[in-house]
Design a protein around this ligand. Structure first.
Ligand SMILES: [Fe+2]
Length: 373
């Protein structure tokens, strides 16, 4: 008798030019042996998106426990401090479960009761609240955008390093509609997506398709993030691709932020090394970047120039042929390699369309590893 013999790894539909994602069958997420966990861990670092179907009965505790297994010294939610501040742009979208506060209820519509929450009013992020120019109202139910490409990470606080994994479970999913996702950046790029899809791109693919000159720049440059980035950017507006912000001078000055401790400012390599395969992933949170530190000691601190550089590096990797847009079904549990993918919410829901997801990630103590390590 072997436990491994009942475990299957199956491909999931990959985007045409980027191979990632796997479904695992035959594991009980509430009763994982060390060997079971190793299968999941390896799959996560090799495939970046790992899907388990029919997980409706998995408790919030067991969801948290799965995250905790990846980061055994971590117990706090990945955005802990920032999301408690009402000025953070993340604050309205996250409802911590009272009995398992590292697990957040997110989605859309009114939820009368769920896991200790009562009358939770959920709000699916709509691009009109973040993008400078929105899709016209007349097209709203048919056309959507990438809301905001990101890494799940506080990006401020010495002990709030980017989570290694995010778990996302679909509890309730409105179905029946698909939407056209438009890039609206003059390229004509578009995707046909299911309502409320989560879109992923592989940071390794984004790195792989760069020119040699860009790869060198990416390998040797470090990215400084704004202090309290989600408050700092709270008045700024996004590009239509969700891949960074317009530079209209709307970022909050330091004087208007909570106190800033320079020791808490995060500066990361632009490329993060996969702990299993050793491959490099281009991992930049394009909306939170503040400065670039070049190999020769030059610091680019002109925010418009910083964003231009970052956009030119990241835009090739979000072309339609590289995007995996997950078609959610109720009970789907997706684990994604948060240090190896960028992801974004998509979709526009009607007010009465109820969507419920449980999301968990844990702030890590270990910093992401760069190319030189
Ligand atoms: Fe996220």
């Amino acid at each position: 008798m072997t436990v491994e013999s009942s475990v299957e790894l199956l491909p999931i539909p990959s985007p045409p030019a980027s191979k990632f994602g796997v479904e695992i069958r035959g594991l009980d997420l509430a009763n994982l042996s060390d060997e079971d966990f190793k299968i999941i861990e390896r799959a996560l670092y090799e495939h970046h998106v790992v899907l388990f179907k029919n997980q409706q009965s998995l408790s919030p505790y067991h969801q948290y426990a799965l995250n905790h297994r990846f980061s055994p010294t971590s117990t706090v939610y990945g955005h802990d401090n920032n999301t408690k501040k009402t000025a953070s742009i993340l604050h309205p979208d996250l409802k911590p479960l009272p009995n398992q506060p590292q697990v957040q209820l997110i989605g859309n519509g009114l939820v009368p009761f769920y896991e200790g929450l009562t009358n939770a009013q959920l709000r699916h992020p709509h691009h009109r609240t973040f993008h400078k120019i929105a899709v016209p109202d007349s097209e709203d139910l048919d056309v959507t955008r990438f809301y905001r490409w990101h890494i799940d990470a506080a990006l401020y606080g010495a002990d709030m390093q980017p989570p290694k994994v995010t778990t996302l479970m679909a509890v309730k999913v409105p179905t029946g509609r698909r939407q056209t996702l438009r890039y609206d950046d003059g390229t004509g790029d578009a995707l046909d997506v299911s309502l409320g899809t989560t879109a992923f791109v592989s940071g390794e693919k984004s790195y792989e398709i760069l020119s040699e000159e860009q790869k060198f720049f990416a390998r040797t440059t470090r990215v400084e993030y704004a202090p309290h980035p989600y408050i700092w950017m709270s008045k700024a507006k996004s590009l239509p691709t969700g891949l960074g912000l317009f530079s209209d001078g709307l970022e909050l000055p330091v004087a208007d932020l909570p106190p800033v401790d320079e020791a808490d400012v995060q500066i990361h390599p632009m490329c993060w090394k996969n702990p299993v395969t050793g491959k490099l992933a281009l991992q930049i949170h394009p909306s939170a970047v503040r400065k670039l530190h070049l190999q020769d000691g030059t610091v680019i601190d002109d925010i418009a120039e910083v964003r231009e550089q970052v956009y030119s590096l990241l835009r090739p990797g979000i072309a339609p042929e590289y995007v995996y847009a997950h078609d959610w079904e109720e009970g789907d549990m997706v684990l994604f390699h948060n240090r190896g993918v960028l992801h974004t919410v998509c979709g526009a829901f009607a007010a009465d369309e109820v969507r419920m997801f449980r999301q968990c990630n844990l702030a890590d103590r270990e910093t992401p590893v760069g190319p030189d390590a």
